[in-house]
Design a binder for this molecule. Structure first.
Ligand code: SAM
Length: 330
């Protein structure tokens, strides 16, 4: 079957599957203070069928996300099943999970044994009080730190730590995070705050940009840029003594849409062609109605054809996406 290439010439090689939109954290840049999964989860067999179809269409990398994916009972078994799939070149899929890490201490080794290769843990402060203010849960910091250390012991490699910076909340954590990356041996990824939160508080002034992060981090130690593969979302740097790597994902100040290789599947089985899309494409509804693999593949090609050229964050014609991050899967 022909590989997935959109009408802008971008090969689609990276799929993110949200397996729930329920989350036990209420991070200020993502959730409201209320509880609330909004959409149904599907049986794992449905996600697995989708993954198998996408693997046959050139997908190389699958990231399991949510909501909080480790809340979903059966996730270890799902990873085991995914790890049996192959790319069109006969290679194992590159499998990863993004998690808040709250339940990771217990699950890191079982996930590794099931075939997971690497993990990204979200952690937005290295100061426990600040962490509580951002996540709005008590006692989370110790759990997440234990999760990160368990992931390292389980040889999930690399362990990446995602930090969303918001002015007024955690921009003073930049240098402490630099130290943390060096001491804990994790790869750090700062992410610019995007207008994807339920509370709709985003404004350009709250975004801590790539340039500012670099400036502040350089006050701690000089950084050396690592040559950038154009398909990578993060610009990567190492400290001058070679100890510790940081990356900056800068969709707001340095958009990388022209190299976007991603599609997302929401927990209720809709394809999303862009985080900022105003459309959902209902793959699961076709499955529910008994569509054959051939019909599903034809639908996937037609959806890829509608992938947006770029986002319009900060522009006068910006239209908020039809779902917020927790209901898409980051
Ligand atoms: N619950 C998991 C977690 O915490 O990593 C997975 C889902 S979460 C939506 C995935 C990633 O999206 C996290 O790293 C989170 O920090 C990031 N994220 C959420 N809202 C964001 C926003 N408004 N701007 C930038 N990143 C955001």
């Amino acid at each position: 079957m022909a590989a997935l290439i959109d009408k802008h010439g971008r090969p689609i090689t990276d799929l993110r599957i949200a397996i729930t939109d329920h989350c036990n954290y209420k991070c200020v840049y993502c959730r409201t203070g209320n509880d609330g999964a909004m959409y149904a989860d599907l049986p794992f067999s449905d996600y697995l069928r989708m993954a198998r179809l996408f693997a046959g269409l050139g997908i190389k990398k699958i990231r399991i996300t949510g909501g909080e994916p480790l809340l979903r009972r059966g996730v270890v078994e799902f990873v085991r099943e995914l790890s049996k799939l192959h790319t069109v070149d006969g290679e194992p899929l590159d499998l990863a999970i993004t998690t808040n890490g709250h339940l990771l201490a217990e699950m890191a080794q079982p996930l590794k044994d099931a075939g997971l290769r690497r993990i990204t843990v979200s952690m937005d402060a290295v100061d426990p009080d600040r962490f509580r203010r951002i996540t709005r849960v008590p006692n989370g910091f110790a759990c997440v730190l234990a999760g990160i250390r368990a992931a390292k012991r389980a040889a999930l490699a690399p362990v990446k730590v995602n930090c969303v910076l918001m002015r007024g909340f955690n921009e003073d954590q930049i240098i402490p995070f630099g130290r943390f990356a060096r001491e804990e041996g994790v790869v750090l990824r700062f992410i610019e705050f995007m207008p994807l939160e339920e509370d709709r508080v985003w404004s350009p002034n709250i975004v801590v940009t790539l340039d500012e992060i670099l400036r502040r981090m350089a006050e701690y130690r000089p950084l050396v840029e690592i040559p950038h593969d154009r398909s990578e979302t993060a610009r990567r740097y190492r400290f001058d003594d070679g100890i510790g790597e940081i990356g900056i994902i800068a969709p707001v100040s340095h958009p990388f849409c022209s190299h976007c290789s991603r599609l997302r599947i929401t927990s209720d089985g809709k394809i999303r062609t862009c985080l900022f899309s105003v459309w959902d494409h209902d793959l699961h509804e076709l499955m529910r109605r008994g569509a054959s693999d051939e019909e599903l593949v034809a639908f996937i090609y037609s959806v890829v054809d509608r992938k947006e050229a770029r986002h319009h964050i900060g522009e006068p014609d910006f239209v908020p996406p039809s779902r917020t991050m927790v209901h898409i899967g980051g």
